[in-house]
Design a protein around this ligand. Structure first.
Ligand code: AMP
Length: 541
């Protein structure tokens, strides 16, 4: 028997309308690219998002059109987050840290029709424009006074575009399975792959984050997402903050320790979310100044494993740390390090041990671990295997990539994360390794296989593997382990060979020559064995 409730679709724009009505005075405070602080209430953000929506419609954009953004965390990026999906189009966030080749591939593959970009990225877009589609249109996220001279064809000014519109708009209706957002993530091999979020998934994810993270997200709280809007919905804060009436403090392009400390202090930030590298920078600043920003009370650390020492450092300052795990493909939150009252009253050491795990699953996220033979492993805290996830906020495949889609989902309909983990009886997830050939440095991916392929093209290398070794600031850095093809290969020669083809931060920090590489039973290079051998490797200073 079917239930009898209204079949209203879940739409991203409804979050905006709700915040306009219920949290009108909560604000988005932005450290702007042009300089200075900009303030806008959620009521103002809603009006401007409707103007943007009308401008998009005037450009002929609507359901299914991909509209790209290349921007820092700021109020205009937030307006794009609502205005674009509001008209049924797809908000496609581009990660400016990707290589030029990846960016041009992604813009072409997504079929972007317009690119909205911050002033910072005008030179980058000018450089890539000849490789971008001919009919791509450009809108610069600034006002007339700051419009730059640019070679970008017919570049529009964002503020002029909004000024030409009124906000008399009813958000259109469409099915909740309509695509709302697109975010590409690095593949282990080959090209980046697009996670295509639906309205339904984003609204459910906002609820999931809002319900789980009430300490960060509630009326009157002030939250700084240092995690970029171009990284999977800034971990859901972009939607959950307006929904819950939490003010957002946006750091713009200034992500160094001193800038973050100052903005936290002047804007009375209570909660902040970001990758470990950012918090190491903040901790350094705290040590220099001898105190934390006055109101700072909660840090959410994710994107890479948070070291126990980092968690302890902040907890000792009275800042509660929540260690979170997730993926772009999961909208992205999967697990959160929130302890029950009983767990909070455990001895400090035990509490810290629990906080150092990746936490427990969020509502609507199912977890299973599976061994090499495909057998499910018990959640007993010691059995490990590949982690699979399932739920309404998890991708069912990748945008326009059948091959990657097919290999992403197992026979039971679960998504394979490429992370190796155990799960305790109480549900704490512990990531122990990674089966995917990727290195995460400062929150950004480096494909080991890409670097290996380039290195193998050098005539003095017979075989090689690129692995991650621990790094105090960047969490992981790549090291090239190579079997030479000649007697005395010159590492500088190999570096020069790689330099032209990799972004600077993707270059191996060291090259180690070995006689042979460890192999698995199937004859592949055993990265697991190599990572063990080099677990304590000290990089050259
Ligand atoms: P991304 O899609 O870029 O957000 O990357 C997701 C991947 O980052 C996961 O599959 C993990 O490999 C890694 N990751 C994210 N959060 C954590 C964490 N808290 N601890 C360890 N690895 C993490």
């Amino acid at each position: 028997m079917r239930g009898m409730m209204m079949d209203r679709p879940l739409r991203v724009a409804d979050i905006l309308t709700y915040s306009e009505e219920m949290h009108a005075a909560a604000e988005v405070v932005s450290s702007t690219v042009e300089g200075g602080i900009h303030r806008e209430s959620y009521a103002e953000m809603a009006v401007r998002s409707r103007k943007l929506a009308k401008a998009l419609q005037a450009m002929g954009l609507g359901t299914g059109d991909r509209v790209a953004t290349l921007a820092w965390n700021g109020f205009r990026h937030m307006e794009l987050y609502f205005g674009i999906p509001g008209v049924g189009a797809v908000c496609h966030t581009l990660n400016p840290r990707l290589s030029p080749e990846q960016l041009t591939y992604i813009v072409g593959h997504a079929g972007d029709r317009v690119l909205f970009l911050d002033l910072t990225f005008v030179p980058l877009a000018e450089k890539l424009q000849p490789q971008f589609p001919d009919d791509l249109r450009y809108v610069i996220l600034t006002d007339a006074a700051n419009m730059p001279e640019t070679s970008l064809p017919n570049a529009h000014c964002y503020e002029d575009m909004l000024a030409a519109q009124d906000d008399d708009l009813e958000w259109p209706d469409f099915e909740e399975s309509t695509a709302a957002g697109l975010c590409y993530t690095s593949g282990t091999t080959g090209v980046p792959k697009g996670a295509l979020y639906t309205h339904r998934a984003l609204v459910l994810h906002a609820l999931l984050v809002g319900v789980s993270m009430r300490n960060s997200l509630s009326m009157g709280k002030r939250l700084m997402p240092v995690v970029p809007l171009f990284h999977a919905n800034a971990w859901g804060t972009a939607h959950a903050a307006p929904l819950t009436g939490t003010s957002l403090i946006m750091p713009g392009p200034r992500l160094d320790g001193p800038s973050i400390w100052e903005l936290m202090e002047s804007e009375k930030v209570f909660a902040a979310w970001g990758v470990p590298t950012v918090w190491l920078g903040l901790m350094e600043e705290i040590r220099k100044r001898g105190r934390k920003p006055s109101e700072l009370g909660e840090l959410v650390i994710g994107g890479s494993a948070a070291a126990t020492s980092l968690i302890q450092g902040f907890e000792d300052l009275g800042v509660s740390v929540c260690h979170a795990w997730g993926m772009t493909e999961m909208s992205p939150i999967g697990t959160l390090g929130i302890l029950s009252p009983e767990q909070m009253s455990l001895p400090a050491e035990e509490r810290l041990r629990l906080k150092s795990t990746q936490g427990r699953r969020a509502f609507m996220v199912d977890l299973k671990i599976v061994d090499e033979r495909g057998d499910r492993q018990p959640h007993d805290g010691s059995s490990t295997g590949e982690l699979f996830v399932r739920g309404p906020t998890v991708v069912s495949g990748y945008f326009s990539n059948q091959e990657a889609s097919e290999s992403a989902i197992d026979d039971e309909g679960w998504f394979g994360t490429g992370d190796v983990a155990s799960i305790s009886r109480e549900g704490f997830l512990n990531i122990t390794d990674r089966s995917k050939d990727l290195i995460k440095s400062g929150g950004e991916w480096i494909s080991s296989l890409d670097v290996e392929n380039l290195a193998m093209a050098h005539p003095h290398i017979a075989n090689c593997a690129v692995i991650a070794v621990p790094h105090p600031k960047w969490e992981e850095r790549p090291v090239l382990i190579a079997v030479p093809a000649v007697d005395e290969p010159d590492p500088d020669d190999i570096r020069t060979h790689l330099e032209g083809q990799l972004a600077k931060w993707q270059m191996p920090d060291d090259i180690v020559f070995v006689d042979d590489l460890p192999l698995t039973a199937t004859g592949k290079v055993s990265k697991l064995a190599l990572r063990k051998t080099y677990a304590d490797y000290k990089l050259p200073a």
